[in-house]
Design a protein around this ligand. Sequence first.
Ligand code: ADP
Ligand code: MG
Length: 342
Amino acid sequence: MQDDKLQPELKTGTVLKDTEREYTITEVLAHGGFSIVYSARTDGEDEVVIKEIFPNTDEFFRNIHQVVWCLDPYTGEKYRKLAEREYHYGNEIVSKSTSGRMIVLQQPLQIESIDGYPCKDMAEGYYYLLESVRGKGMFLEDLLKKINACDPEYQRFSRVYVAANITFQILEVLKDIHEAGFIHGDLSFANLFVNEPDLETGDLGTISILDFGATHKVEELSGEYEVNASTLRNMAPEIRTKCGDVSYNSDVYSVGMMMWDMLFYHTAEGKRRDSFSDRERDTFISPSAAIKLGCRNREEVRLLNAILKQSVSMDPQKRYFNASQMGNDVSRLIRMLEMPEE
Ligand SMILES: Nc1ncnc2c1ncn2[C@@H]1O[C@H](COP(=O)(O)OP(=O)(O)O)[C@@H](O)[C@H]1O
Ligand SMILES: [Mg+2]
């Protein structure tokens, strides 16, 4: 049987050369189901990120890097199209956006050689350059772990306040994506970057969205939606089961799941609840649990539950229509939580 787990083929020290510059791989940052993300240094010493979208089917390339493929010859073309879509859609969204808080593929690289081995005609469309965000903040995943590791006594804000604020920020950027006519399709803590948070002062930083690999134009969504998101937990049921129409409210589901997870990430390791049963979905948060999270009165509990109910509902029709609509309620909750206690 062939191994369908692909090995990272570029190692630390590998030198890629495109038509203009050389890039030396300094680190493999992430190895996902659809791509490998590398940190690299240019010959001018700039730090950049290179995203390689699977697979590269060049025979010669395979021989020198001993990559194991179990994919048919057409899959290469399919993946190249995925990469192109990620590139074009991401840039279209950025050009229409007002917040500009998205990290997208900047430019395709046409690799001419790898470690001095020429590889003409094979790499175009598979390698893309991104601005590196390393050192500018952290991924939301890591921020939540940090907040979690703080002693609750010293945590400046209640859990519900932190969850509502981060959720609102996500929705602000997502609103731009929806207004441009797209759904993101893969919202998760690993695909959100927080610029310059400062836990000492309680500043939660500014959120940017990245990874437009599952992004679709809503007007082109008729017919079958191609599932290529990586975070199954956050995936709306209509996407997971391929039953029902995929639209803006499929992203709303993912945001609702993240809000739920931010409320209930509960150990020092930042371990999240891994089950979200139908029962929990019906009952939602009891007043006593909501008080533990930081709600102070019945209005706050009611609004929090209403927000969750209208975002993680199994039935897309019962969800908020889009990011903007959910944002209105979340900002109302934040204003309530900010009111001084009577
Ligand atoms: N511009 C970047 N700067 C620094 N790290 C990045 C950047 N882009 C991606 N990464 C890292 O690589 C991971 C995977 O990138 P992503 O675009 O989400 O690819 P995938 O489609 O494989 O999920 C991210 O979660 C992050 O850790
Ligand atoms: Mg990702």
